[in-house]
Structure formats: structure tokens, C-alpha cells
Design a protein around this ligand. Structure first.
Ligand SMILES: Nc1ncnc2c1ncn2[C@@H]1O[C@H](COP(=O)(O)OP(=O)(O)O)[C@@H](O)[C@H]1O
Ligand SMILES: [Mg+2]
Length: 474
């Protein structure tokens, strides 16, 4: 029995299982059965209209059928909701290549590698004449050497541009970040706080700063409080920070901007600062709003570690913009997330900037149970015992838990393909996979330890210390 037939039979049992349909679409694509593939992806979208993977599936079908502009439109749509979606960038790269535009094809290929360092597409790399490895190396050494004349405003290599003084008047309305949601935007409601297990303190903090003030303006006025502020969230990778930032879009009723770092960084002197300024100008023009910076450490670097004046200027600009929020009653909530809080310049945590810092540890038992429930939804699992699985996964991050389900599904699928009989994912299999997995956050805590020891007075690590001294709380 072919893989296709096996999945088709599994679908007969569970016709509205979006993941199976997705898998079926890809299998059809591999067999060049375009109409069936298209049908499968359309059915996924009927169940979950925001499924990026299904949009990309359709884009692939279109591209293989020669409709490159149709493919580009689909992939662009994916990038609007997820600007760092590496497969979407790869697909657009292919579209440009098919249209003979090698420069833009390369541009998107580089964006794909920036978004996902593990990306590889051998045939595309061959056609472009550039390997993912080379691109990664360039990213590791991003800044070109300073010009011989170090003052950019007198250097003939970097003449000042009379038409582009960014700080005089910015056409803020002309620009939107790639991820922008206005109130009532149907796309934004796909993910909200319900999709995030645990993090109750953080959820309430966000509501206090932007949801309740808009619901109860009189009350806030009476207490002399306004909407907005700054929250920094940090913790080991895989604990749901990025998911949380996305969920904020679905939770709050105001404008939402997620700023991709690629929208800020620019190799030309002064342009990155201008871009950052424009982000804040746009936010101010659209307040009340939430402004989100994921992977904040790459933008808010500790100036003591910086030799390059270019990056220093950017950090100073960022601090300046954050101060502006405090002074002009701007009703903007800025949320930053990082796995590497020790890399941030301490000035970012001064009052009026990111003054609220929240540690997101690996989920405790109740949070794991919630995440397990979320991950198990719509999956063919037999006799799931949430408590037993939560007990067996102490120390696991949300991403570790996701891996358990993904791996479980793969193993069940492999069995289905080989026996020709769809089998559900059994509880026994999930426990077996969990027992073989080592929690991924250990390394992060090891790396953090010296910073915690060094910064004895730093309140940033208060909750980390509590967590480390009582690991049984998991
Ligand atoms: N608290 C959580 N609730 C639900 N899913 C989670 C949670 N934490 C992690 N996950 C799962 O793990 C994936 C990776 O988490 P992510 O948000 O990228 O972590 P981080 O940004 O902290 O590194 C998420 O997309 C989600 O599937
Ligand atoms: Mg993240």
C-alpha cells in the first residue's frame, strides 16, 4: 500500500483532521497530483483559515502549475502574518528565480536563512549559486568595516542625504510593519491567550496595561493610571515567549505591531536609527497600541560590549524612543522578549522603559497539563491521561512537549504506513517518547548561572533565583 493510500484511509476515519489533510496535501504534491493536493489544502483552510502551511501548500501547487504570481500572492500573505516564515521566503525566492530576477531571489533566500539557520534547499541553492552555509557566515559577520573617513557627515563615501532627514518629519502613515493588525482584523483572532498554557502572571500584567484601561477608562482615570508601559519577558527557549507575543494580537482590542528585526537593521549609516524612529512614530500615530519586539537582545545590546559606533547609535536611539513613550501619554505598550537577558543594556530596564520584567520558566505541573490539552486537541490519541503525561514530563518546556506529540504522531504514522492500517497515537507511545527525551532547558540554566552569580544585586534575576532554589516547584 502506498503512503498516499494509507493516509487516505486514515482520513476516511478522521476526515476533518487538519494535520492529516495537510500531510495528505504534501503527499499528493510529491506524487504530482495537483488537483487533489489543492483540494486537501483548501479543506485545511476551511477548518483553519490561518494555517500558513496550507497557504504555502497551495502556493507550491500554483508554482508547479506555472502560476508564479498566484504563488507569490499566497506566500506574501503568509509573510504578512509571520514575517520570518522561512519556507515562505524560500518559495518567493523560487518565484523570483522563475521570473529571472536573481537579485530578489537571493534576497529572499537570505531572509529564509536569517529566519531559520537550519534552512536548506539544495536545488534552489544550486540554481542561485549560493549555499545556505555561505549566507550564514555572512550573517555572522554582518557589519562592513567602518569607512576610512570615520565621520559619516564629512566623508565623501557617505555624503549626507539632503532629502532624507529622518528626524524632521516622518511619513509615518506611509509605512506599516509586516505584521500589523488593526482592531477587528479577522486574521488577528486566530491565536489568543487560550492558546498559551500557564503564564498567568504575564497574561494579567498585559491585561492590566492595555486591555482593562481600554475597557474601563473612567476607572483608570480615577486611579491616575494610563494604558501602556514596557514589559520584558525572558526565559529559556521553547517556553512560549514567541507564542505569547503572537497571542497578544488576538487578545487585545487595539492596534498591534510586531516588529521584525530585518525591518530595522540596515547596512547604511543612520538608516537603522531612522527605521526604528519610524516604528515608534507609526505606533504613536496609531495609539493605543501594542508594539512587540521578539528577540530583543539583538537590538538592545549592552553598549559596554559594543565597539561599533553604528550599533551604539541604534541602542541610544531605542532608549530615546522608549523615553518618549513615558512623556507624551502615548498609550503604547511595548513588549520585548529574549532568551538572553544578560546581553541587554541595563539602561533598558530603567523606570519608564522595560520596567516590568517577567521570568518565564519551564511550565509547572498545571501549566504542562494545559499545554498537553492544547497539543492533544484534534489529534487521534487513544486514552490520553493528561495528569500522567504531565507528571512524566517534569522540566520539559512547551517546545519539548510539542516534540513529544510530534514524535508520537510520526511513529504512529510510520506504523500506519507500514501496516496499511491507521493507528491512533497511544498514551503508552507518548510516555515512551517522553521518557527518552531530555528536557532542553538545562543548558540554558547552565549558561545563565554565572550571570546570576555575578549580578548579586540585580533584581532581574530575583525570580530566577527563587526558581533555582526550589526546582521541586515544577
Ligand atoms: N506555554 C505554552 N503553551 C502552549 N504551547 C507552548 C507553550 N510554550 C511552548 N509551546 C509550544 O512550543 C513552541 C515553541 O515555543 P516558542 O513560543 O517559540 O518559545 P520561545 O519563544 O520561548 O523560545 C510553540 O510554538 C508552541 O507550540
Ligand atoms: Mg522565541
Amino acid at each position: 500500500m502506498s503512503r498516499l493510500t494509507a493516509i487516505r484511509e486514515a482520513l476516511d476515519q478522521s476526515p476533518n483532521n487538519a494535520s492529516l489533510l495537510q500531510l495528505y496535501g504534501h503527499a499528493c504534491l510529491e506524487e504530482l497530483q495537483f488537483d487533489e493536493a489543492r483540494d486537501a489544502f483548501d479543506r485545511v483552510l476551511a477548518i483553519d483559515p490561518g494555517q500558513c502551511d496550507a497557504h504555502l501548500g497551495i502556493a507550491r501547487v500554483l508554482l508547479m502549475q506555472g502560476d508564479s504570481s498566484g504563488a507569490a500572492v499566497r506566500a506574501e500573505r503568509v509573510l504578512q502574518s509571520d514575517p520570518s516564515n522561512a519556507p515562505a521566503h524560500l518559495l518567493i525566492s523560487r518565484v523570483f528565480l522563475s521570473e529571472g530576477d536573481r537579485v530578489r531571489a537571493l534576497e529572499h533566500f537570505e531572509k529564509a536563512v536569517r529566519s531559520d539557520a537550519a534552512v536548506s534547499d539544495v536545488s534552489l541553492e544550486q540554481e542561485l549559486g549560493r549555499s545556505a552555509g555561505e549566507v550564514r557566515k555572512n550573517i555572522a559577520a554582518p557589519n562592513p568595516p567602518e569607512p576610512a573617513f570615520s565621520d559619516p557627515f564629512t566623508s565623501s563615501e557617505f555624503p549626507p542625504d539632503p532629502f532624507e532627514d529622518p528626524f524632521v518629519d516622518d511619513p509615518a502613515e506611509d509605512w506599516r510593519p509586516e505584521t500589523f493588525f488593526a482592531p477587528g482584523d479577522p486574521e488577528r483572532n486566530r491565536v489568543n491567550f487560550e492558546a498559551v498554557g500557564g503564564m498567568e502572571e504575564l497574561k494579567e500584567e498585559i491585561r492590566l496595561k492595555i486591555v482593562y484601561p481600554l475597557q474601563h477608562p473612567e476607572l483608570y482615570k480615577a486611579y491616575g493610571r494610563k494604558a501602556g508601559g514596557g514589559i520584558l519577558i525572558f526565559g529559556p527557549p521553547g517556553c512560549g515567549k514567541t507564542l505569547m507575543l503572537r497571542a497578544v494580537a488576538g487578545e487585545v482590542g487595539c492596534n498591534y505591531f510586531a516588529i521584525g528585526l530585518h525591518e530595522i537593521f540596515d547596512p547604511y549609516f543612520g538608516s537603522s536609527e531612522r527605521n526604528l524612529h519610524q516604528v515608534f512614530e507609526t505606533a504613536r500615530a496609531n495609539s493605543p497600541c501594542v508594539l512587540v519586539f521578539d528577540e530583543l537582545d539583538s537590538l538592545a545590546v549592552d553598549r559596554r560590549h559594543l565597539r561599533e559606533s553604528q550599533m551604539r547609535n541604534l541602542v541610544n536611539q531605542f532608549l530615546f524612543e522608549l523615553d518618549g513613550l513615558r512623556s507624551d501619554n502615548s498609550r503604547i505598550l511595548v513588549i520585548g522578549a529574549t532568551n538572553a537577558p544578560w546581553q541587554l543594556d541595563p539602561a533598558f530596564r530603567r523606570p519608564g522603559r522595560f520596567d516590568q520584567t517577567i521570568f518565564v520558566p519551564p511550565p509547572d505541573f498545571p501549566a504542562r497539563a494545559q499545554i498537553i490539552e492544547l497539543l492533544a486537541k484534534d489529534k487521534p490519541i487513544s486514552q490520553l491521561n493528561v495528569d500522567d503525561l504531565a507528571k512524566a514530563t517534569k522540566g520539559f518546556t512547551g517546545a519539548d512537549l510539542k516534540w513529544v506529540f510530534d514524535r508520537g504522531a510520526e511513529l504512529a504514522l510510520s506504523e500506519a504506513v507500514h501496516t496499511g492500517r491507521p493507528v491512533p497515537i497511544s498514551m503508552e507511545l507518548l510516555l515512551q517518547v517522553a521518557n527518552q527525551h531530555r528536557p532542553s532547558s538545562g543548558e540554558w540554566f547552565e549558561g545563565l548561572r554565572p550571570h546570576v552569580q555575578e549580578a548579586t544585586q540585580d533584581s532581574l534575576y530575583t525570580d530566577v533565583r527563587k526558581f533555582l532554589s526550589a526546582p521541586t516547584s515544577l
